[in-house]
Design a binder for this molecule. Structure first.
Ligand code: NAP
Length: 307
């Protein structure tokens, strides 16, 4: 089955939208790419960088005649966008998205999808802390998982065509229910971001340790949290507002485990600390063995040239 489309519409042209554009260009997955972005600055940049062939100030115009439409804006925008583009979607088209939550996307989008259009939610588990149309690159999806959450009764051919598209972008594809996706991502992505935002904010509020000391001595571990905490605030606000149940469930478990660590420290229980830390180390080794990170020290970052 060909993974290529005559026309693909990108609704939102930030990190993920622009990375998809680069990947489609490189792998010849779209004869034509149309785009919609909210701001004139992003629309102009997308044309200048050759990410899209045509760009429109309205999402409805951008989806006309597209065989594949990909929502690539923050998930809080999907309900409004789906209402707008629904009537303009071409029969037989595939409507998908890249949003970091799936249950809420199904809730917000499905009702606006006309009969004959294949709505297949998706989520590439790939990203960086950068945003905007200049931040994308074709290789972002290579060797990363893309999760599709087709609804009951979805057309298997359309699902396979979308899976083939993602595989052509370099991803491995897995399907699961939206509910399961939201639980898995709550622990693997959403909670780590919440913890990172929280530790950076705690450090920023300290009085006994100055902010210049926090920055100066950040290589002790803090720095790695700041990378995650530099992620786009709008996107992450929308993730937490739209995956509330699963995040609260995981946060409850996390808080219990944190209390156990707190107790072990208070009681001088070195054995408990050692055992928990040893198990964590094994998980890191598993991630490297699965090709989801490299074993290069310091997460592959080099020594600054000025040192
Ligand atoms: P991004 O770089 O911040 O780009 C967001 C795009 O959406 C921009 O084109 C922006 O337009 C547009 N947009 C923002 N607010 C909007 C609004 N209210 N109405 C219409 N358009 C709006 O974001 P991203 O990182 O590509 O994330 C896009 C989606 O991918 C999100 O749903 C996110 O959950 C998902 N995702 C992100 C990552 C990641 O690591 N970043 C990974 C996987 C999935 P302007 O530029 O004109 O403002």
């Amino acid at each position: 089955m060909s993974p290529a489309f005559d026309r693909v519409a990108l609704i939102g042209i930030g990190l993920i939208g622009s990375s998809l554009a680069h990947a489609m260009r490189k792998k010849k997955l779209a004869a034509e790419i149309t785009g919609y972005a909210r701001s004139e600055a992003t629309r102009a940049k997308a044309l200048e960088l050759g990410l899209v062939d045509k760009v429109f100030p309205s999402a409805r115009e951008a989806v006309a005649g597209a065989g594949l439409v990909i929502l690539c804006s923050p998930v809080g925008t999907y309900a409004e966008l789906a209402r707008e583009i629904g009537p303009a979607l071409q029969p037989g088209a595939i409507l998908t998205d890249v949003g970091s939550v799936k249950g809420a996307v199904v809730r917000d989008v499905a009702e606006h999808v006309p009969p004959g259009v294949h709505f297949i939610p998706g989520h590439p588990i790939a990203g960086t802390e950068q945003s905007g149309p200049e931040s994308g690159f074709a290789e972002l999806f290579i060797n990363r998982w893309c999760i599709l959450t087709p609804l009951p009764g979805a057309d298997p051919e359309a699902v396979e065509r979308l899976a083939a598209f993602w595989r052509a972008c370099g991803s491995n594809v897995e399907t699961m229910t939206p509910e399961h996706h939201d639980l898995v991502l709550a622990i693997t992505s959403h909670l780590p971001h919440l913890i990172a935002y929280n530790i950076v904010s705690t450090a920023a509020d300290l009085e006994e340790v100055t902010s210049s000391e926090v920055i100066k001595y950040s290589a002790g571990g803090f720095r790695d949290f700041t990378r995650i905490a530099a992620s786009d605030p709008t996107m992450w606000r929308d993730v937490f507002l739209n995956n509330r149940e699963a995040v609260l469930e995981m946060l409850g478990r996390f808080s219990e485990d944190l209390s156990a660590l707190q107790r072990a420290i208070r009681w001088g229980d070195g054995e408990t600390l050692f055992n928990i830390f040893s198990r964590s180390r094994q998980i890191r080794r598993g991630i490297i063995a699965a090709g989801q990170d490299t074993a290069a020290p310091d997460f592959g970052r080099g020594v600054p040239k000025t040192q």
